[in-house]
Write a protein that binds this ligand. Structure first.
Ligand code: MTE
Ligand code: MO
Length: 352
């Protein structure tokens, strides 16, 4: 076992195992939360996610080195296949995440490499839980060697941070596409041709403005409807759209603020949330104060929206991730509470 300069860093085996679990949970948590984060002050979330990556690599190295004999085929037991699969998926998740940061992307059809990374990460959670059920060993006080353990973990975290810095420096040096990635990991797409994206299956027929109405209802003195030609689209907003599949674009949008629409009537004092609905059932809610500043856009880059980008009207929600920028909007609903069915709706709308 001797020989590797990493040996001095190796915590007690049970600690290694529990630390791997802690890292996987931390990566899952920061990864999932980051899907809804994109405002400039949320960078620490992404930073933690990136630093824990290399720490996990080192811990997995210790672990796999230790269990190598058990990986021989004749030593397998009933639960070994799941454990091996967990290891493979963990390494694949780390590799895809690392490659994405270095600027690599491969066209996987519907998916980007980042989507694959997210998928692998989510797949890892049940695998680790099954593995844990079979191999659970409680951690003991004796596994901690006081100062030594603290130093080991300090070194692992500093090492992770150094790797992240080196990766950034390497990107700068090579001018790799990783250089222009946002802190969210998204890469720029410029100009007019920004992608048309639907998060899962939303793909409605083009909307006919003859039939279309924008309905504004909920906790209001009166419900009302607006026709396309009566939307006073004269408010401009430059905003950055950052999609969780890994791209961003800054565009000039024109439309009407939700606040201007709400000002057409009196809002109930109990109103706290505004839910923006698509013709497809897709929807998202925003705290009412924020909602007032959001733009219901009819134009982008001086041109009328195309069907793909949400004609006749789509939400522009600065500092929110792209999936919250509801397209083909048909209803603004003022509510007391957030609409919790939105989480499911974004996944299944379009499948009916
Ligand atoms: N109704 C509806 N709105 C939607 C989506 C969707 O699937 N359905 N996809 C969202 C996602 S994931 C993104 S990134 C943006 C993309 O906007 P774009 O197609 O104009 O680039 O729209 C959002 N609005
Ligand atoms: Mo997206």
């Amino acid at each position: 076992m001797a020989g590797s300069p990493l040996d001095a860093l190796e915590p007690h085996p049970r600690l290694v195992d529990w630390s791997i679990l802690a890292c996987v949970l931390l990566e899952t948590l920061t990864g999932v939360v980051s899907l809804g984060a994109g405002a400039a002050d949320q960078w620490p979330l992404f930073w933690v996610h990136r630093v824990v990556g290399p720490v996990l690599v080192v811990l997995l190295f210790f672990k796999l080195r230790r269990v190598k004999p058990r990986l021989r085929r004749r030593n397998w037991d009933r639960t070994t296949p799941v454990s091996v699969l967990a290891a493979v998926v963990a390494l694949a998740a780390l590799a895809t995440g690392g490659a994405w940061l270095l600027g690599v992307d491969v066209d996987l059809g519907f998916w980007t490499l980042l989507n694959l990374h997210i998928g692998l990460g989510l797949l890892l959670v049940p695998l680790v839980l099954v593995h844990l059920r079979a191999r659970f060993r409680p951690v003991r006080r004796a596994d901690f060697e006081g100062r030594r353990t603290a130093l080991q973990y300090g070194a692992l975290l500093v090492g992770g941070a150094v790797v992240v810095r080196l990766q950034e420096a390497a990107n700068d040096l090579t001018g790799s596409p990783g250089v222009t990635r946002r802190f969210t990991g998204s890469k720029p797409v410029d100009g007019d041709g920004f992608p048309v994206t639907s998060w899962v299956a939303d793909d409605p027929d083009p909307v006919d403005t003859g039939d279309w109405r924008l309905r504004v209802d909920g906790l209001l003195a009166s419900t009302f409807e607006v026709e396309y030609d009566d939307l006073e689209s004269d408010d401009d907003l430059r905003a950055l759209l950052d999609c969780t599949s890994g791209w961003y674009t800054t565009q000039d949008w024109r439309g009407v603020r939700l606040g201007a629409l709400l000002d057409r009537t009196d809002v109930d004092a109990a109103a706290r949330w505004v839910t923006v609905h698509s013709v497809t059932g897709y929807r998202w809610s925003f705290p009412i104060e924020e909602a007032r500043g959001l733009l219901l856009a009819t134009h982008v880059g001086g041109d009328r929206l195309t069907h793909g980008h949400g004609f006749p009207a789509r939400l522009v929600a600065p500092d929110r991730r792209g999936f919250q920028w509801v397209k083909w909007v048909t209803r603004i609903e003022v509510r007391r509470r957030r609409d919790v069915s939105q989480y499911l709706a974004t996944l299944i709308s379009g499948f009916e």
